[in-house]
Design a protein around this ligand. Structure first.
Ligand code: FE
Length: 182
């Protein structure tokens, strides 16, 4: 199970990695996603999920642009065992479902696909493509679907060259507020 110090360390060691095919690093992408959530008055759990949603990429580094090699790193699941016990289910569920949220949006809002970056479109195909109507209905019935959809839309916008954000320390403070007390 990761502590906040471990998470700080992971960003220190891998945060400067370029986010595959995007004009931001992994750290910038995480900070921008959390920042957009904060600007929309998301609570500590959802801001923390936004900060950590791609931690799987840092824990399981597949090198540059794995989608070009046909690799789906299943990063939405990879981080979960490391975070379980440290953060409440609400944080974990939003992370777990952020890829399904993309598959849902592609089904429910076909024009959404046009807004996706090239890498997100490549990974979509590897992740199973748009949901069909029954998969979409099952997804939207989940309690965590709303959080996952909000996270997803901030995620898609968090690829901006030079966007200024608060620091990692700021968002780790918010994460601290939802760490499960032992
Ligand atoms: Fe992301």
């Amino acid at each position: 199970m990761l502590t906040l110090d471990d998470i700080r360390d992971l960003f220190a060691r891998h945060g400067a990695n370029q986010y595959s095919g995007e004009p931001v690093t992994q750290l910038e992408h995480a900070l921008q996603t959390a920042h957009l959530a904060e600007q929309s008055d998301a609570d500590d759990e959802l801001v923390t999920a936004c900060l950590l949603h791609d931690l799987g990429h840092l824990l399981n580094d597949q090198g540059d642009t794995p989608t070009l090699r046909g690799v789906d790193d299943t990063h939405q699941f990879f981080a979960l065992p490391f975070l379980r016990g440290a953060f409440p289910d609400r944080v974990l569920d939003a992370i777990k479902l952020h890829v399904d949220a993309k598959r849902y949006l592609c089904q429910s809002h076909p024009e959404y696909v046009e807004r996706l970056s090239d890498d997100s479109r490549r990974s979509l195909a590897l992740q199973g493509g748009a949901f069909d109507a029954s998969q979409a209905a099952a997804f939207i019935a989940l309690t965590s679907a709303r959080d996952a959809l909000r996270l997803r839309l901030w995620d898609d916008l968090a690829k901006q060259d030079g966007l200024r954000t608060p620091t990692l320390a700021h968002f780790l403070e918010r994460a601290q507020r939802c760490v499960i007390a032992r």
